[in-house]
Design a protein around this ligand. Structure first.
Ligand code: CA2
Length: 146
C-alpha cells in the first residue's frame, strides 16, 4: 500500500477563488484538490483545510502516526504566528513542503517571516494555484514515491 501525501491548508483558503484573484488566481480549493489528485496519479492524497489551528496540529499528528510519505502545507496566516504548528511539524520525520500561492516575499513585511520554513525541506511560493501540482510531483521525488 502506497503511503499517502498529506496536503494541509490553513485559514481562509476555503474561500480561494472568491476574492483577490490578482494575488491568488480564480481557482477554487475544490479545483486545487482535483489538480493535486491528478498530479499524484496512483499516490493517495489526503487533502484537508481548516480555519482552526488545533485541527491542523491533529492532522500533522495523524500524518506522523499513519505514516504519510510527506506533508505539503499551506499554513496561510498561521505561517507567521504558529509555534504550535512548527512544533508538530518538527516531529514529522519525512519531507515537508511549505507552499504559498503568492510570493510572500514580494508582499507586505508581515508576510515575510515564516516560522514553518525552519522545518521545511523545500518552499514553493509564487506559482499560483498550480504550485500545488508542482509540490505533489516534487514530493513524489523527495519521498521516493515517483
Ligand atoms: O499565498 C498564500 O498561499 C498564503 O499562504 C495565503 C494566506 C496569506 O496569509 C499568506 O501570507 C500567503 C492568506 C489566505 C487567504 O485566503 C484567501 C481567501 C480567499 C481568496 C484568496 C485568498
Amino acid at each position: 500500500m502506497t503511503a499517502p501525501i498529506y496536503v494541509l491548508n490553513g485559514p481562509n483558503l476555503n474561500r480561494l477563488g472568491t476574492r483577490e484573484p490578482e494575488i491568488y488566481g480564480s481557482t477554487t480549493l475544490k479545483e486545487v484538490e482535483a489538480m493535486c489528485r491528478d498530479a499524484a496519479g496512483g499516490t493517495p492524497v489526503e487533502f484537508r483545510q481548516s480555519n482552526r489551528e488545533y485541527e491542523i496540529i491533529d492532522w500533522v499528528h495523524e500524518a506522523i502516526d499513519r505514516p504519510a510519505a510527506g506533508i505539503i502545507i499551506n499554513p496561510a496566516a498561521f505561517t507567521f504566528t504558529s509555534i504550535a504548528i512548527l512544533d508538530a511539524l518538527k516531529m514529522f520525520p519525512r519531507p515537508i513542503i511549505e507552499l504559498h500561492i503568492s510570493n510572500i516575499h514580494r508582499r507586505e513585511e508581515i508576510y515575510h517571516r515564516s516560522l514553518v520554513s525552519k522545518v521545511a525541506t523545500a518552499v514553493i511560493a509564487g506559482l499560483g494555484p498550480r504550485g500545488y501540482g508542482v509540490a505533489i510531483k516534487a514530493m513524489q521525488e523527495l519521498s521516493g514515491n515517483s
